[in-house]
Design a protein. Structure first.
Lengths: 199, 243
């Protein structure tokens, strides 16, 4: 055979998605190369979760002593912080998907299934969500602990760990949910339409 | 030449609705044979890119059918369409459209990984294809570290990744200077001659004419005329005057 021939090695070709590591490498490359952009997304997640974690820690610290009226107010604050957090995270993830319609269209042209594209975004969102949420939870809970310590009260180590755990869980879930909807929509778009989108 | 690789019958594509409705393609029927080098020519807005998208399975027609290797692509599911794009068609774009976060070699091997090839086998074939387009020593560079002409060469290597029946090139020289554009056309012609790759190219670059076996002229969404290369050499003057 001519060594420069483009003929494929005679091997059976499968109609399956590539192994997960292909999506993993694509997601990692995207985070590495767009580091600053992704760091901003991550910071958006972290700040939202920090707010949530700080209020949650306050609740933990005052769980025993708070008046029913105060407890209700704190619950209301937690709900507000969650909404703010959701808006921030959704906005960050929507932008990061919208910026990449063209790339999605190209990958589709190369033969990627819709599932592969969603997988790449899920991996990316999980990684960004994890880093942002852990960082944000520790930051929020840490700052609130200092404020409480000045007042002479504390939520204790167990309370701190509980809040960080909850913050991380909420953050990761929120990031995935926020990323997955636009990613599915982008993946389902005809390749020609995705390629036409200019952002 | 009797082996038909692409056939379209009365393809209609409509964009917009109501009064804003535009018939980008209005009943295009054509046949393209294996091993041919076909150029689709026409002014901007004539529908050549739309026809390109239809043939490439990037969009579905509103009426009529497109057959690629005797398969009606309108009947395919999303996954079957992805399979067709992966194995049967290679794409080259005006704006290169390389994956910016991956290196030249990774760009070339990605379609092979989608086709289920083993990574080391894909790397070996990727290097062979980069060598074929003269970029073997730039394999670890990312697209933004390559010139326009080099990026287009990587795109050509990537288009050949899974040994497709058809290579579709949408204005491949549109973003390149005269000399680089000429080199790209020569490379495409060489691949067509030596490897027998069917090349379908949407273009309004007159340099492309000289490389083409047949030229499809599109006007207002319809196939105005088909010229063969022999007919063309007699008429080059008038074609140039027309542009």
């Amino acid at each position: 055979m001519d060594p420069r021939s483009t003929a494929l090695p005679s091997k059976e070709i499968k109609n399956t998605d590539p192994p997960l590591w292909v999506a993993w490498h694509q997601a990692l490359a995207s985070i590495r190369v767009r580091f600053v952009r992704q760091a901003v997304t991550c910071l958006g997640v972290a700040l939202g979760i920090a707010f949530f974690a700080s209020i949650q820690l306050l609740r933990e610290a005052q769980a025993a002593s708070a008046e029913p009226q105060d407890a209700a107010r704190l619950k209301w604050l937690v709900a507000t912080s969650l909404v703010m957090c959701l808006v921030g995270v959704t906005n960050s993830m929507l932008m990061s998907v919208a910026e990449r319609y063209r790339e999605i269209g190209t990958i589709k042209c190369l033969g990627a299934s819709d599932g592969f594209i969603v997988k790449v975004f899920c991996i990316e969102a999980t990684l960004l969500g994890l880093i942002g949420s852990v960082g944000g939870s520790v930051l929020g809970a840490g700052l609130m602990s200092i404020v409480l310590a000045v007042d002479g009260s504390s939520a204790g180590w167990i309370g701190f760990v509980k809040v960080v755990g909850l913050g991380t869980l909420v953050g990761v879930l929120m990031t995935i949910v926020a990323a997955i909807a636009p990613a599915i929509q982008a993946a389902r778009m005809p390749a020609a339409a995705a390629l036409r989108v200019e952002v | 030449m009797a082996d038909v690789v692409v056939r379209t019958t009365n393809v209609v594509k409509i964009y917009g609705m109501g009064e804003a409705e535009v018939r980008a393609l209005n009943g295009v029927s054509c046949e393209i044979y294996r091993g041919e080098y076909v150029s689709i020519m026409g002014p901007s807005g004539s529908g050549k890119s739309t026809l390109f998208n239809m043939i490439g399975g990037l969009d579905k027609p509103d009426e009529g059918s497109v057959f690629v290797n005797s398969v009606d692509i309108a009947q395919l599911t999303a996954r079957e369409l992805a399979f067709l794009r992966c194995h049967t068609i290679g794409y080259i774009f005006q704006t290169f459209n390389l994956i910016t976060v991956r290196t030249a070699l990774e760009n070339v091997t990605l379609p092979m990984l989608f086709a289920g090839m083993q990574p080391d086998e894909a790397d070996e074939r990727g290097m062979m294809l980069l060598d074929l387009v003269g970029l073997q020593n730039r394999y670890h560079h990312r697209p933004n570290e390559l010139s326009g002409g080099q990026q287009q060469r990587v795109a050509i290597a990537r288009a050949l990744a899974n040994n497709p029946s058809i290579v579709l090139a949408d204005e491949p020289t549109g973003n390149l200077d005269l000399r680089t554009g000429k080199e790209i056309i020569e490379l495409l012609r060489k691949l067509n001659k030596e490897q027998g790759v069917t090349i379908i190219s949407a273009t309004h670059d007159l340099k492309m004419l000289d490389a083409s076996d047949r030229i499809f002229h599109i006007r207002d969404g319809q196939l105005a005329k088909i010229e063969t290369r022999e007919e063309l050499t007699l008429q080059v003057g008038s074609v140039q005057g027309e542009d």
